[in-house]
Design a protein around this ligand. Structure first.
Ligand code: FAD
Ligand code: FES
Ligand code: FES
Length: 475
């Protein structure tokens, strides 16, 4: 395929980048004009350059009218081809007047030094359409000097600004290839094209949302020679919800996965966990396929997949194969992908009706933090006796592990305190936590044991406060 140039809508205007623009330049560097002859839109700020502070928040305008806030520091120019981006400069009205959100931020004393303000305004602009909890909407935006109360108050008063700005018009997705000196960036538009490219370039970066790979560019300044981006392949975005479970294309974003979980009875337990994965900006870009591809022992989505008995479908030019996620994860940041394979989809079976399914993330902060210990636990009973126990823990070994000895200690017994005490003791044989600055090995073991106790209390004594906040509130 002949090389073309990267084209997208920027603040509603068709924008084509000069040929030979590096497709792995971050959107942030390009916007600010510090790289590749960008437009010098310096309203978008650089704080951390690693997805944590939200100063660089811009909004992806989706074809269905949704607004997805994302971090410009993690987004690579090649990922934008055929998409629409709005920056804080693009909120201005046709007469140049500031957007009502900007006026509200100023009049409500929601801005002091102002460094974080453009990013917060963009999160607010997305939130005024999306709705939901203002605190959750703000979790990916740090403000160091104003204090959050006036900002939250602005978020609480937001109303959809409707058609104040003309809707973006999107070109149909088409295959593309971008070239820059020493670089090639492939954007296949069909699964066959993707698989042929993967077979031909097994060493290329396989790029989905880029919230892990983008860090290698923004933080480590790596310049990959070959990238295959799978975002334009329709099968990668398929969502099928049925009473049996949820099948998700590997490039379905967490934001979409969160909404899809609501359609499958029994998977609602996942919602709370997904709402704490990164921030709205990270969930707008990040994918389940990326979490599996990274195979980190603290990937939040992995314990639920193992506890539910989820399977991954892997595809290559040689055909397809299906593997339990448990077998797919083979070690510390290692998985069973062959060099020519991609993760095509993931199937999450719905837990049996009446089963107890809990997902937990223990971290130092509630939002935008990495888990010290993650857990997903599925326990089902018949006639008061445990018939199914699938306990998966993250952050306690080199990879996510099933606690098989603890499961064995529960099976065939009433789900009572004595069984859980035995299971908690058995857990010592199942996990091998490390000590690091997030927590000591002893702390991690105690947390995992405590989570088992909490599951049992919740299953057998509904209504009992089992969260620190609930206990403090004296419920
Ligand atoms: C600020 C910040 C906060 C974060 N918070 C969390 C958090 O709370 N919890 C958490 O679990 N993670 C977190 N992450 C990590 C990251 O968001 C997740 O791991 C995410 O799932 C990665 O998905 P992605 O699509 O962005 O992956 P990418 O960066 O595109 O890819 C990651 C890896 O997966 C491979 N890959 C991607 N898709 C496929 C596929 N279909 N087939 C084969 N290989 C594939 C890539 O080749 C690469 O090796 C955070 C990251 C940042 C920057
Ligand atoms: S610069 Fe901090 S999140 Fe992008
Ligand atoms: S107003 Fe100064 S960092 Fe938020």
């Amino acid at each position: 395929m002949t090389a073309t140039s990267i084209a997208f809508l920027l603040n509603g205007q068709p924008t084509a980048l000069p040929a030979a623009t590096s497709p792995t330049t971050s959107l942030l560097d390009w916007l600010r004009g510090t790289a590749q002859g960008g437009p010098g839109l310096t309203g978008t700020k650089e704080g951390c350059a690693e997805g944590d502070c939200g100063a660089c928040t811009v909004v992806l305008e989706e074809p269905d009218g949704r607004r997805t806030p994302i971090n410009a520091c993690l987004t690579l120019l090649g990922q934008l081809h055929g998409r629409a981006i709005r920056t804080v400069e693009g909120l201005r009205g046709p007469d140049g007047a500031p957007h009502p959100i900007q006026v509200a931020m100023a009049e409500s004393d929601g801005t002091q030094c102002g460094f974080c303000t453009p990013g917060i305004v963009m999160s607010a602009w997305a939130h005024c359409r999306t709705g939901g909890d203002p605190h959750e909407a703000l979790a990916g935006n740090l403000c160091r000097c104003t204090g959050y109360r006036p900002i939250v108050e602005v978020f609480e008063r937001l109303e959809d600004d409707g058609a104040r700005l003309p809707a973006a018009a999107f070109p149909p997705p088409a295959a593309a290839r971008f070239e820059a000196p020493g670089q090639a960036f492939h954007l296949p538009a069909t699964l066959d094209e993707l698989l042929a490219l993967r077979a031909a370039h097994p060493g290329a970066w396989l790029l989905a949302g880029g919230t892990d790979l983008g860090l290698r560019v923004s933080d480590h300044r790596e310049v990959p020679a070959e990238v295959i981006c799978l975002l334009n392949v329709p099968e990668m975005h398929a969502v099928e919800a049925s009473p049996a479970g949820l099948r998700l294309g590997a490039a379905v974003s967490y934001a979409r996965m969160l909404r899809a979980c609501r359609d499958v009875i029994g998977l609602v337990g996942l919602e709370g966990l997904l709402a704490r994965l990164g921030s709205r900006q990270i969930r707008g870009l990040g994918t389940l396929g990326g979490n599996l591809g990274t195979a980190s022992p603290i990937g939040d989505a992995l314990p639920p997949l193992v506890a539910l008995g989820a399977t991954v479908t892997l595809a290559s030019v040689r055909g397809r194969r299906e593997l339990p996620v448990e077998q797919f994860l083979t070690g510390y940041r290692r998985n069973a992908l062959a060099p020519d394979e991609v993760i095509l989809s993931v199937f999450l079976p719905a837990p049996p009706p009446g089963a107890h399914f809990a997902c937990e993330k223990i971290s130092k902060r509630h939002d935008q933090d990495i888990a010290t210990v993650g857990a997903a636990m599925l326990v089902d009973m018949e006639g008061g006796v445990v018939t199914t126990a699938r306990l998966a823990f993250g952050g306690v070994a080199a990879t996510v592990v099933r606690a098989r000895s603890a499961e064995a200690a529960l099976l065939g017994r009433p789900f009572d305190a004595a069984a859980v005490a035995d299971a908690a003791r058995a857990l010592e044989a199942d996990i091998a936590p490390l000590s690091d600055w997030r927590g000591s090995a002893a702390y991690r073991l105690a947390v995992a044991q405590g989570l088992l106790h909490r599951l049992q209390l919740r299953a057998t004594r509904p209504g009992l406060p089992t969260h620190v906040m609930a206990v403090m509130e004296g419920v």
